[in-house]
Write a protein that binds this ligand. Structure first.
Ligand code: TRH
Length: 373
C-alpha cells in the first residue's frame, strides 16, 4: 500500500481544501493509498466536513488520517512514499530534510491550480531540482487536455449523476430535504454560487420578468449580498421569496455530496473558483463560471483559455455571457436570450461533459505518473 502526505494551506474560500479533500478521498478509496492529510485551518475544513474536530491534532475521518498542520507538527514524522504539496503551499524545512534522508526519496509533486492555458501543458510533469537537497519536485497541472494532469472525477460519478437525473422521485425528495419542494414546480432550476458581482442585479431582473417561473437557489455566502441588495432585505438560509417569475431560495452551505446533487438537479449552475467549476462540468448542464479574480487581470487570460476549450461545443453568444458575467456587464436582454437558445446550450454542455469524461481523470493520471517514477 502506497503512503501519501498531502499538504493543504487554506488561503481563503473553500477551493484549496475542496480539491485536496476530494483528491485524498479518491486516492484512498479507489487506489488504496494510505493518506495523511495536513491542513493548516481545521475550522475552515470543518465547513466541508462537519464531523471534523477543529481542535484535534490528529484524527481519522472517512479513511483519511487528518493532521492539523501547525508549526513543528511535522517534526519527527517519516514522510510517505509520495508527497503532494497543494498549490505551492511550501513544505516545512524539517520535513524536506526528512524527505531527503528517506531511501528512496518520496515522489514529490506540486499540485498546481487548474488552467487551460497552453503554457501549462509545456510545464506539466517537469521536474524542478531542490536548490540544496537531493530532491526533485514535479509540477502537476490539472487541465482539460489529454496531455495535462486531467480533472478530478470519481470513477462512479457520472453513473451516480445519471441515476439521479433520470429519477424524478429522487430529485423531488432532494428538494424536499432542502426545505424547498416548490422547486419542482418551476420551469427551470438554477443555482448561484459566485463572488460579489455587479451583474447579479440584471440577472435577477431578467428572471423576474422572464416568461416562465424560474427557481433560483442561492447558497449562503458572498453572492447573497448582491441578492439582498436587489431585494432590499437581508435574507438568510431557509428564506424564500417570489418576485414576478423569480422564485428565490437561500440554502445553507451544503455537504459536498449534496452540493453535487444540487448541481445535478439544476438546469443552469453559476459556479466559481476551481472545484465547483469542475463539478459543474460533470453535471452535464450549462454553467456560468465566475473565475477567481487575480492581480493584473491575469484571470482574463485564463478565462479565454477555457472558452477556447468550450468553443467546439457551445455557441459564441454563450461564451460572451461568461465574459459579461465576469466583467460585471449587466445586460438583461442577453439573459432573456439565453432561454431562447436553451436547447443548443444544453446539448452543447452535455457533449462537452461527455468529451471530458472520456479522458482519464486526475487521480488515475497521478497514479500513473507516480508509478512511472
Ligand atoms: O471557494 P472558492 O472561491 O475557492 C477559490 C478557488 O479554488 C481559487 O482557485 C482559489 O485560489 C481560492 O479559492 C483561494 O471556489 P471553489 O473552488 O469552487 O470551492 C468551493 C468549494 O465549496 C467546492 O469544493 C464546493 C464546495 N461547496 C460545498 O461543499 N457546499 C456548498 O454549499 C457550496 C456552495 C460549495
Amino acid at each position: 500500500m502506497k503512503t501519501l502526505d498531502l499538504f493543504c494551506a487554506i488561503i481563503d474560500n473553500f477551493g484549496d481544501i475542496g480539491v485536496c479533500r476530494r483528491l485524498a478521498l479518491q486516492l484512498n478509496r479507489e487506489y488504496g493509498w494510505q493518506v495523511r492529510l495536513w491542513v493548516d485551518d481545521l475550522t475552515a475544513f470543518a465547513r466541508l466536513e462537519p464531523e471534523l474536530h477543529p481542535q484535534a491534532a490528529v484524527q481519522f475521518l472517512k479513511g483519511l488520517e487528518v493532521r492539523h498542520w501547525t508549526d513543528n507538527a511535522t517534526v519527527g514524522i517519516i514522510p510517505g512514499d509520495r508527497v503532494i504539496e497543494g498549490f505551492g503551499c511550501r513544505l516545512p524545512e524539517t520535513f524536506l530534510q526528512a524527505m531527503a534522508k528517506r531511501q528512496p526519496a518520496p515522489v514529490w509533486l506540486n499540485l498546481e491550480y487548474l488552467t487551460a492555458e497552453a503554457w501549462a501543458l509545456g510545464c506539466h510533469g517537469l521536474p524542478s531540482p531542490h536548490p540544496r537537497l537531493p530532491l526533485r519536485q514535479y509540477f502537476f497541472f490539472p487541465g482539460f487536455d489529454p496531455r495535462s494532469g486531467g480533472l478530478l472525477r470519481e470513477h462512479d460519478l457520472i453513473a451516480r449523476r445519471d441515476a439521479f437525473q433520470q429519477n424524478q422521485t429522487a430529485q423531488a425528495s432532494f428538494w424536499q430535504q432542502l426545505g424547498f419542494p416548490e422547486a419542482m414546480n418551476a420551469t427551470r432550476r438554477l443555482s448561484l454560487f459566485a463572488y460579489e458581482n455587479t451583474a447579479t442585479h440584471a440577472l435577477l431582473q431578467a428572471l423576474k420578468s422572464g416568461p416562465d417561473p424560474v427557481f433560483l437557489a442561492v447558497p449562503e455566502g458572498r453572492a447573497l449580498a448582491d441578492v439582498n441588495h436587489w431585494i432590499g432585505h437581508t435574507l438568510k438560509a431557509g428564506d424564500y421569496r417570489a418576485e414576478g417569475n423569480l422564485r428565490l431560495a437561500v440554502l445553507p452551505f451544503l455537504p459536498p455530496e449534496d452540493y453535487d446533487r444540487l448541481l445535478w438537479a439544476c438546469d443552469l449552475n453559476f459556479v466559481r473558483g476551481e472545484d465547483s467549476f469542475v463539478r459543474a462540468h460533470w453535471a452535464g448542464r450549462p454553467l456560468i463560471w465566475h473565475i477567481y479574480p487575480q492581480e493584473d487581470e491575469a484571470h482574463r487570460v485564463k478565462l479565454e483559455a477555457w472558452l477556447d476549450q468550450c468553443r467546439r461545443w457551445l455557441p459564441e453568444a454563450w461564451l460572451q455571457r461568461q465574459r459579461d458575467w465576469n466583467y460585471g456587464h449587466d445586460y438583461i436582454e442577453s439573459w432573456q436570450r439565453v432561454f431562447v437558445d436553451w436547447p443548443q446550450i444544453g446539448a452543447g454542455s452535455r457533449n462537452f461533459c461527455n468529451h471530458l469524461a472520456q479522458q482519464p481523470d486526475l487521480a488515475a493520471r497521478l497514479e500513473d505518473f507516480c508509478a512511472e517514477r
